[in-house]
Write a protein that binds this ligand. Sequence first.
Ligand SMILES: Nc1nc2c(ncn2[C@H]2C[C@H](O)[C@@H](COP(=O)(O)OP(=O)(O)OP(=O)(O)O)O2)c(=O)[nH]1
Ligand SMILES: [Mg+2]
Length: 484
Amino acid sequence: MDIDFRQRFSLKRPFSHNSGEPKTLDIRALQRAYESDRGRIINSAAIRRLQQKTQVFALERNAAVRSRLTHSLEVQQTGRFIVQRIFDLLDEQQQDFGLSPMERVLETLVEMACLMHDVGNPPFGHFGEAAISDWFETELSILNADFAANYPALAQDICHFEGNAQAIRLMHSLLGLNLTYSQIAGILKYTRAGDIAKHEIPVDKSYLMKKVGYYASERQFVLQLWLQLGIAKDNRHPVSYIMEAADDISYCLADIEDAVEKGIISLPLLQQALTEEYQRQLAAHGLPNEHASLMVDAIRFAQNQSARININHTSQFFTFLRVKLIHPLVDHAATEFIANIDAVFAGNLNRALLEDGSVCHAIAATLKQVAIDKVFSHREVEKLELQGYRIISGLLQSYAPLLALTSEDFMALVSGASRKPIIAARLLHRLPQKHLATYKNAIKNGKNAELPEFYHRCRLIQDYISGMTDQFAQDEYRMMQALD
Ligand SMILES: Nc1nc2c(ncn2[C@H]2C[C@H](O)[C@@H](COP(=O)(O)OP(=O)(O)OP(=O)(O)O)O2)c(=O)[nH]1
Ligand SMILES: [Mg+2]
């Protein structure tokens, strides 16, 4: 294949008419466009809200423990590091692929994709996601049997709330940031629409489409994105592979470090768990014994270095463990990016860069498995998750009267033509104007005629609930239960 990355770096934006590309590559114009994206992203409320959203520990008061925002800053740094290693390797191998003038633009696209990759996550992380999906799964056919019967694919789309799909919707449809297609393509992590069933996924897209990556409401936008960037339908943008690797690399050790900070696991027990799990992962990956001492060596190195400096032992330990365990993963992600350049460029590499059965894969898998066994299953963590689940389900139940109305009655309320039923009217007043504006636009928009009013109303409620921070959701829940 002829690989020229310039096709993937474009000035085009969805809401701008004058979006013709210059005949020759204008690298300065690209830098200006992406710098403008950068400003829009960093200044957006969606990024600020990440500071009060769960990474692993819900409603955390200890500010030294990661929130989604501080996690995202770390992902941004890791992404930048991977890009720099990619260019080092290209130099060493005297390769180009049209990338040579692009270091700065690739770096900024990757950094911002990393910073925004989690903006669509609801309060309470995976448990918030599950609460929204489960609630709609149970209630939808009761609230609107006609919709459930006549639009089964759209009902499925509504019953699969996904942080990644919500991120696309938030940045494009709700905030209208008008980011370049190249920038937003960096967070299109999975390429399945919410109304496509699992059994419709082609075998060669099993990974790319394993989760919902965008909703039916954003289909026209995502189809345009593929068209404008010359990416085949259901494939990814190269930036998304780097963002994904940076996310995996960042959280696998960070979640464990936070658990130690919170006293959920002691350092000696952690070291033992890592050593044992690593042996299991080596065996599971069928890797030779020559790598067996890697984990023990890394732990010993981190212990010795932190003992030598002898200031803040625990945090030093993690700094040095990061050097030994995480830096190789960064190098490996860069190596894999180049080794699979055809598939990464086409966007059809059907796996994550780091999921290649290598020692690096085994290291990441070890860290993630130890987090599952020793951190996420801790009693305190599970308690907070149950509370988070309850808060989100309870909030949805409170707003159910808005979903029980007929289209005519709901639209009359929204337009101000009616102020009844009184409970629904009060609930409607609590919804943010900007979410309502997106709803009204969607109803007016002829392009979306295949999506009925009720679909947009469900999206409106999900937009509101998923956009809350942990703290706001808890306050709102208490208020709705008449506890405050
Ligand atoms: N508290 C808690 N945290 C979890 C659990 N499973 C995973 N996590 C944490 C690990 C990471 O810090 C973070 C991963 O966040 P995401 O929700 O973005 O998931 P990930 O990016 O792996 O999946 P994705 O492919 O984006 O759906 O969530 C769990 O069962 N409980
Ligand atoms: Mg994620």
